[in-house]
Design a protein around this ligand. Structure first.
Ligand code: ZN
Length: 338
């Protein structure tokens, strides 16, 4: 298919300043976009008003609870599905490779959890949205099956307040098997003790900024070196200040200051969140001490898609919630207001 060559007066592709007069070539076949370089002979050329940035990604979504096409229309061109039945997340991840009306989906598929463990007790946990794991041998089987089903990451639930949790040998077997398949492990770790266990087991990422307790500085520093955190700050009150949001902000502020890598994520599908970029999540990131370049780097991360913003996100990161158009799978489409 013909590549699309997009030109804009300004763009952001990393760093602390905008680039002037950018030209990016985007492809329909899943190849990464290319900044600069020669103009392809067969390319369609398009000039856009605004600031061109890598496509916006929400790193924590439950795709079975939302309309993914509406999310793309709202300006988010990529999602990570962190837990859904296989016929939702994993199936959508496959379809999204070829379907330009869907955002790009990287899916965990079902959560892995201990028998009778979280979220099996939750009303929102649809049938098939979690898989119980008995012991290390079962962990190897479960992760191997997820890999075969096309999972792009593995999600484990560690919530001792809500029931049994995976023991250390089983958790280690999950991490080791995922790592040998090249998949990151993302943990829902609830409480300082479970967060600490996740760190010890070598998980790559926390699905939420820890929100129940203040983590000691030395633990936060270890997390900053070894893991990434997906923010999900706004779910603790949806704009209303709560004890949980204050605790999460305090933990994230110290994680960021220690050099930890923060990813924009909302837990979309869980509670009243907008079907697009959530401006309250962006404001909370600023409150946690992230500068504008850090906020933009937490959300504008797609290597295949692009977004056109109406103004400079380094002057105002809220610009990322006002997407004018997206380029997804080599096609340009203006945002539909939702
Ligand atoms: Zn979630």
């Amino acid at each position: 298919m013909t590549p699309l060559v997009i030109e804009a007066d300004a763009g952001w592709f990393g760093g602390r300043t905008l680039r002037r007069r950018v030209r990016v070539t985007a492809y329909a076949d899943g190849r990464p976009w290319r900044l600069g370089g020669p103009v392809p002979r067969s390319g369609l050329r398009l000039r856009v008003d605004g600031v061109l940035v890598p496509g916006l990604v929400d790193h924590h979504v439950h795709v079975d609870q939302i309309d993914p096409a509406a999310l793309l229309a709202g300006g988010v061109s990529g999602v990570r599905d962190l837990g859904s039945p296989p016929d939702a997340g994993l199936a959508l991840a496959l379809r999204s490779r070829h379907d330009p009306v869907l955002p790009g989906v990287v899916a965990a598929g079902p959560f892995l959890t201990a028998p009778s463990g979280y979220p099996s007790d939750r009303a929102w946990a649809a049938e098939g949205s979690f898989r119980t794991v008995e012991d290390p041998a079962d962990a190897i089987r479960a992760v191997t099956a997820l890999v075969a089903e096309g999972a792009g990451l593995v999600k484990v639930a560690l919530n001792a307040d809500a029931g049994p949790v995976l023991d250390d040998p089983t958790l280690l077997a999950v991490v080791k098997t995922a790592r040998s398949a090249g998949l990151p492990v993302v943990a829902h770790a609830q409480g300082a003790r479970q967060a600490h266990r996740a760190l010890g087991a070598g998980v790559d990422e926390l699905a939420h900024t820890p929100w129940t307790e203040r983590l000691p500085d030395r633990i936060v520093r270890a997390f900053a070196v070894l893991t990434r955190w997906t923010s999900t700050l706004d779910i603790h009150g949806w704009g209303v200040r709560t004890q949980e949001s204050a605790t999460a902000l305090d933990n994230l502020r110290r994680f960021h200051r220690a050099g930890g890598r923060v990813r924009y994520g909302t837990d979309l599908g869980n509670g009243p969140l907008p079907l697009g970029v959530n401006p309250r999540e962006l404001s909370a990131l600023a409150e946690a001490g992230l500068s504008a370049p850090h906020i933009v780097a937490a959300i504008a991360v797609s290597t295949t898609d692009l977004a056109v913003l109406p103004g400079d996100p380094l002057a105002d990161p809220l610009m990322t919630s006002r997407v004018a158009a997206v380029v997804r799978a080599g096609r340009y489409r203006e945002r539909t207001r939702v």
